[in-house]
Design a protein around this ligand. Structure first.
Ligand code: SRM
Ligand code: SF4
Length: 558
């Protein structure tokens, strides 16, 4: 039997000397705005992607110019928590080096776009000066750990944030390459570097951890490789239900790739969490597919080896018992907007940020407005997994000044949003994403206006419907968990998927394949009409579609 060769990326990692490659040298090469392809793969582990502006790609090709290369940088900000001082520093970096403002991602951190090669090192040093990092924000490692930001429950947030930080730190790569390449660290020999958890070739693929606090599933916990559901009773954190093998990505036209929800494996006490998480990560390190990257995520490892095998192996490796999962109930997804008071009396303001983009343009000064708020805020910012923002821990006395800035800078849109606008996510897509097949972030406002008109016509303007738009099947807006989802197939064409629930526990199904806007709107017009006429009191849109068999709830293939 012939054994498939390792994926080329495995060789690149193995030969990289713990993620160094030739990045440091290539940054100095003035002849091109790019770096070699093998270095672009390693650069991801440092938190950056090489991209080019796709809006002008063709024009530059005609002019025989190299593509307009620039770099996207993603920060690692565990749990999405940012202090006002950090905000100001990270915002200043956006103004100085980036071209598209600050972008809050679906994993509650910042991305910057359009940084040119000669500025990249200074940019990374700026991130360090903001007491942040970009290491392992991307790459085949554990990335940003996400969690719930429910502003009503500040004490629960604090309990969970402690574990977010512990997990995040535990799985940080130990290589000194990052300090060396970006921060002027002294060069050390390979022999001095080691990766006790990952080993020299790291994981077969990216790995993601999320923690939800019921009854809100605002981080789509089952979309994570390792999803943790915090079980809190009487103000005490009893432990976590552990779900393994979630992931959203799929490849168009390849039915062997698919989105999957994490499988609930059991319950662990807080003291056992790190050992159990490490067992999951190292099982994936040792058993994940290193031949075919499209099958390398943990979800395929779990499906190949079986949920029961995986559960036994977690226990054997960690030396901890996975007890029966504790009861929990999710009631909602999405973010809460406006002011709410925590049990400690402090206030939290949830703001809607369209597709997470804070960028001064077209008469809106959202980036400047947030900067002004950061200048006076004594609390902290928390980014959400729905690309929104919470201004957290505000004194009663400080609310009027924040309200005034929110109003002055047009950040108060949340007050009049329709139900669907309040609950939408759109991935970045064009022009920066190299994998985009269709528009997403730039299309969202156009589509939303048309959907709102339809919903209004059927008396559904306030209906809270989860809408997810992705520019390709990779699923960065977690579209398979949208009650309505558009997944880009080509410019102006999308798969329309319907019927996820409102709590992130059931995926949608393919309803119409590769259709244009007119067909999307007419399909939705018909189902909205049915929903308006026949829904039961309090029944969510996705649940209605399943109950009335307008669609069939099953595990979809893409
Ligand atoms: Fe993603 C690749 C943007 C969350 C699944 N994602 C990309 C890249 C880096 C394109 C690339 O590889 O060249 C995109 C950069 C676009 C740009 O110009 O900025 C990109 N992903 C994003 C962000 C910024 C979307 C957003 O609009 O906010 C999110 C950044 C998260 C973060 O801060 O870490 C983002 N990506 C996600 C999520 C959602 C999540 O994790 O909750 C998913 C689905 C969950 C999952 O991982 O299964 C996701 N991104 C992917 C995939 C498919 C992975 C797979 O298993 O098949 C790719 C492509 C890949 O890895 O090969 C991808
Ligand atoms: Fe790019 Fe596709 Fe992710 Fe959208 S879903 S950001 S188009 S990779």
């Amino acid at each position: 039997m012939s054994i498939s060769p390792l994926s080329p990326l495995e060789d690149i990692k193995a030969a990289s000397n713990f993620l160094r490659g030739t990045i440091a040298r290539e940054l100095e090469n003035p002849v091109t705005g790019a770096i070699p392809e093998s270095d672009t793969k390693l650069l991801k582990f440092h938190g950056s992607y090489m991209q080019d502006d796709r809006d002008i790609r063709e024009e530059r090709r005609k002019q025989k110019l190299e593509p307009a290369y620039a770099f996207m940088v993603r920060a690692r900000l565990p749990g999405g928590v940012v202090s006002p001082a950090q905000w100001l520093a990270l915002d200043a970096l956006a103004s100085r080096y980036a071209t598209r403002g600050l972008r809050i991602t679906t994993r509650q951190t910042f991305q910057w776009h359009g940084i040119v090669k000669r500025d990249l090192r200074a940019f990374m040093q700026g991130i360090r000066d903001a007491r942040a990092t970009t290491i392992a924000a991307c790459g085949d490692v554990n990335r940003q750990v996400v969690s719930a930001v429910n502003p009503h429950l500040s004490s629960q947030h604090a309990l969970v944030q402690e574990w977010v930080l512990r997990l995040s730190n535990h799985f940080l790569p130990r290589t000194r390459a990052y300090a060396e390449i970006w921060l002027g660290g002294e060069q050390v020999s390979e022999a001095l570097d080691e990766e006790p958890i990952y080993g020299a070739t790291y994981l077969p693929r990216k790995f993601k951890i999320g923690i939800a606090i019921p009854p809100t599933n605002d981080c789509d916990v089952f979309a994570n490789d390792l999803g943790l559901i915090a079980i809190i009773e009487g103000g005490a954190l009893l432990g976590f239900n552990v779900a393994v093998g979630g992931g959203m990505g799929a490849t168009a036209g390849d039915p062997t790739t698919y989105p999957r929800l994490g499988s609930l494996m059991g319950f662990v006490a807080p003291d056992d969490l790190i050992a159990v998480a490490e067992a999951v990560v190292t099982l994936q390190r040792d058993h994940g597919n290193r031949q075919a990257r499209q099958h390398a995520r943990l979800k395929y490892t779990v499906d190949r080896l079986g949920v029961d095998w995986f559960r036994e192996q977690i226990q054997a490796r960690s030396g901890r018992t996975l007890h029966a999962p504790r009861p929990y109930r999710f009631e909602r997804n999405g973010d809460r907007y406006g002011w709410s008071q925590g049990e400690d009396g402090r206030w939290h303001l949830g703001l809607y940020i369209a597709s997470g983009r804070l960028w001064d343009r077209e008469g809106l000064r959202l980036q400047t407005g947030m900067r002004e708020i950061a200048r006076i805020l004594k609390g902290e910012f928390r980014m959400t997994c729905n690309q929104n923002l919470v201004i957290a821990n505000v004194d009663e006395a400080d609310r009027p000044a924040i309200d005034a800035l929110v109003e002055d800078y047009g950040l108060d849109g949340y007050r009049e949003q329709s139900g669907i606008r309040r609950h939408h996510i759109a991935c970045v897509a064009l022009p920066t994403c190299g994998l985009a097949m269709a528009e997403s972030e730039r299309y969202a406002p156009v589509l939303l206006a048309k959907l709102e008109a339809l919903l209004e016509k059927h008396g559904l303007a306030d209906a809270p419907i989860l809408l997810r738009i992705s520019g390709c099947p990779n699923g960065c807006s977690r579209p398979y968990l949208g009650e309505i989802a558009l997944v880009g197939r080509a410019l102006g064409r999308y798969d329309l998927r319907l019927g996820a629930d409102f709590t992130g526990e059931r995926m949608n199904v393919l309803y119409r394949e590769n259709i244009d806007e007119a067909a999307i709107l007419s399909s939705l017009d018909a189902v909205f009409e049915q929903y308006a006429a026949r829904r039961e009191s309090g029944e969510g849109f996705g649940d209605f579609l399943v109950r009335t068999q307008a669609i069939t709830a099953h595990t979809p293939t893409v």
